[in-house]
Design a protein around this ligand. Structure first.
Ligand code: FES
Ligand code: FES
Length: 133
């Protein structure tokens, strides 16, 4: 049912934890199942994401997508990080079962919420980033 990459990221999640004094923090909940994901971003003066950590209270697919999403945003600029959509994360994981697709939305939403937090704190605009609900 799950790809090898999903199993790998579920069993050995990358970048679990918190970042103290993070540049941006985003917390989102999944209305469907009540699960919660929090993403921490450390962003340098050139708007490059130096580090990214996550905490997820959720299912295996949510853990795997968070893990992969943190790997994908590291080293990207805040603008490029918008390309890390749930579709991109799922592709990087070689797919998810259809009933688990909603779990991958958490990662995208949490990244967007963290980017929004960063933009607000620094009074900048990230083109194409919508205010989290
Ligand atoms: Fe909550 Fe998946 S329904 S963990
Ligand atoms: Fe709740 Fe996956 S995040 S079922």
């Amino acid at each position: 049912m799950y790809s090898e990459k999903v199993m790998d990221h579920f069993q050995h999640p990358r970048n679990v934890g918190e970042i103290e004094n993070a540049s941006g923090v985003g917390t989102v909940g999944n209305a469907k199942c009540g699960d919660i994901m929090r993403i921490f971003l450390d962003i340098d003066d050139d708007e490059v994401i130096r580090d990214c950590k996550f905490k997820t209270f959720g299912c295996g697919a949510a853990v795997a997508t968070s893990s992969m999403a943190t790997e994908l945003v590291k080293g990207k600029t805040v603008q490029e990080a918008l390309e890390v959509t749930n579709k991109a994360v799922m592709e990087a994981l070689d797919g998810l079962p259809p009933v688990k697709v909603h779990c991958s939305l958490l990662a995208e939403e949490a990244i967007h919420a963290a980017l929004w937090d960063y933009a607000e704190k620094n009074n900048i605009v990230i083109q194409g980033l919508e205010q989290p609900k």
